[in-house]
Structures are given as C-alpha cells and as structure tokens.
Design a binder for this molecule. Structure first.
Ligand SMILES: NC(=O)c1ccc[n+]([C@@H]2O[C@H](COP(=O)([O-])OP(=O)(O)OC[C@H]3O[C@@H](n4cnc5c(N)ncnc54)[C@H](OP(=O)(O)O)[C@@H]3O)[C@@H](O)[C@H]2O)c1
Length: 295
C-alpha cells in the first residue's frame, strides 16, 4: 500500500462555498464521489476542519464515510470562519474557543470522538499571526486539549503552524503529529522534521504542492521538478510528493484535490522511486520561505 494520504479538506471547501446553493448541491455529489474513490483506493487518513466551509466539509465527510471504512479523520481547532475576510478565516485561539470548536466538530462529523485534533497555532508559516487576546500561551491551550483528550472527546493531539519551542513545550502532553506548511520548495522546517523523527511524531506537511493560493510557489512549476517528471514519465505533482515520501520516513501526505484524476495520480506517487541523481537535483532546488501573506 502506498504511504500517500489524501486530505480533500481545503479544496472541497474552496470548490463548494456554502453560499452557492445551486453549485453546492452539484459539488456535494462530486465531493462524495471523490471521497468514496479515496476510500476505494485505500486512503485511511483525511484532514479536515470545522472552519472549512463552516461545517460543510465535515458534513460531506459524515455523509460519505462509514465506520467500516476505517478512515482516521483528523481535524483542527484554532480558527473560525470569517466569510467577509481577505482570507475566509480568523483566529480562534482562546481555550474556550478551542473547546467550543471541538464540540462543533463532534456535532458536524456526527461522532463522539474526533480521533485526532491539531491545535492550529499561528507561530510560523503563511497567513495569520496572533495579536491581542488571540496571542495565547501554548501551555494554556494544551491544558484544554489534554482535558478534552481525558474526557474522550478527542483521541490524540497534533500541533500545526508551530515553532520548535512550541513543539518542545508540547512534548510532555504527548503529540501525535505536526502539521506545518512544507514542500520541496519551502523547507524552513528541517529542524522540526528532525525533532519529529527523533520523538516518533508523524510529519504531516500541509501545502505539500504549494497550495492553490497565488502567493505560494507551486511545486509543479519548478524547473527541476518538471525535468524529473519528463525524464521519469510521471507528473510534476507525483515528483513533488515522491520527494516528500523519500525525504522523511515519518511523513504522511495530505495533498488536497477536488479532481478524481489528481487523487488517483497522487496516490500512485507512492510507487514512484527517485534515483540518486534525480534526488540530488531535487535536493538542490533552493528553499524559499513559507512566511508569505495569503489572500
Ligand atoms: N494546518 C493548516 O493550517 C492547514 C492549512 C491549509 C491546508 N491544510 C490541509 O492541507 C491539505 C493540503 O493543502 P492544500 O490543498 O491547500 O494544498 P496542496 O495540497 O499543496 O495543493 C492543492 C492544489 O494542488 C492541486 N493539485 C492536487 N493534486 C494535483 C495533481 N496531481 N496535479 C496537479 N495539481 C494538483 C489542487 O488542484 P485540484 O483540486 O485541481 O487537484 C490544488 O490547487 C488541505 O486539504 C488541508 O486539509 C492545513
């Protein structure tokens, strides 16, 4: 089984805005078909958030997935929808907001426990930074996350958009995964990746292909990626994903897609083997910072 995992979260939310009712009913069917195809292909880890379409994506997951599929649904807390904003999100970092977001996830997913919840910080990576009462000490946030785990409402705790100091402070709580923005083109986090490997923590890079946001460099546009794809007769996206799989043995991939052909190709990336010269050429691509504004 390839180690590729697929997270249709953002792409579904982006292609199925809650305000567009007519388009939504069509997209909803397409989304369910995509999710069923993902399960059929062996995907067992799907990334989501209550704030993707204000419960819309969670509702699609609830409709599409069955307990016997054995899919681990990972969600995240730390933000809330902001439909009028430049990007449709605002931070919701305070402990009571984290708790209420977990409750919202439980309701929209129709479950008694979310198997894994990422505490989405705003320490590093693209997008929002916490200010004022949204700048909350990670220890206060972990206190509520561990309480929610003790209560059985969440199965495991992950950290997202976290810096090294935050991860070190989180270790005693037991951290299952780290989800930071990272790809072949944005490798700010090599120290974090090494710490995760040493601590047995799964590395789950978000924006593994550079996202759909205009401000982020696209892995599929990089010359070295395109050259490798051409010589290996695979797609540039498959090269970008194969590099991630090769680069870190503890990686779980969550490329977002709303396209079934892309889904199939992304899963097949698990069978693409990079030879040493190709790997060296990809390793030599200069890393750019992921610290960019979005929207
Ligand atoms: N923790 C966080 O703060 C955070 C933030 C953002 C995202 N995430 C999670 O990370 C996941 C991945 O992020 P993302 O979807 O924003 O970025 P991404 O996976 O880097 O890129 C998605 C973009 O790549 C395209 N794509 C996917 N497969 C492709 C293929 N085989 N060939 C060509 N293009 C392809 C998609 O278009 P198509 O739809 O046309 O395939 C979409 O435009 C999300 O689903 C979300 O669950 C987490």
């Amino acid at each position: 089984m390839p180690r590729v995992r697929v997270a249709p979260g953002c792409s579904l939310a982006a292609s199925c805005p809650a305000s567009a009712t007519a388009r939504c009913s069509w997209s909803g069917c397409a989304a369910i078909a995509l999710l069923r195809r993902a399960v059929e292909l062996g995907v067992d880890h799907i990334d989501t958030a209550q704030f993707y379409g204000d419960g819309l994506v969670n509702g699609l997951l609830r409709e599409a997935l069955r307990p016997e599929d054995g899919v681990l649904v990972a969600s995240k807390v730390g933000a809330a929808p902001d439909p009028g904003g430049q990007i449709p999100l605002r931070l919701a970092q305070r402990p009571e907001q984290l708790r209420s977001s977990v409750e919202d996830n439980l309701r929209s997913l129709g479950t008694d426990q979310v198997p894994l919840v990422n505490l989405r910080r705003a320490d590093v990576g693209p997008g929002l930074r916490a200010q004022g009462d949204q700048a909350v000490d990670i220890d206060d946030q972990l206190a509520v996350m561990t309480a929610l785990r003790d209560e059985g409402k969440i199965g495991a705790i992950g950290l997202s958009s976290v810096n090294l100091d935050g991860l070190r402070r989180g270790l005693p709580a037991g951290i299952a995964c780290v989800q930071n923005a990272y790809s072949l083109l944005t490798r700010d986090d090599e120290d974090m990746l090494a710490l995760c490997a040493a601590e047995g923590i799964a590395w789950v890079p978000y924006f593994p292909l550079g996202s759909a946001f205009p401000g982020m460099a696209k892995v599929t546009d990089a010359l070295a990626v395109r050259a490798a794809a051409q010589s290996m007769r695979v797609s540039p996206a498959q090269i970008g994903l194969a590099w991630l799989l090769r680069h870190a043995p503890h990686v779980l991939l969550i490329p977002g897609t709303a396209d079934i052909r892309h889904l199939e190709a992304n899963i097949a990336a698990g069978t693409v083997t990079l030879d040493d010269p190709t790997l060296a050429a990809l390793d030599a691509v200069p890393s750019r910072s992921a610290e960019v504004p979005l929207g």
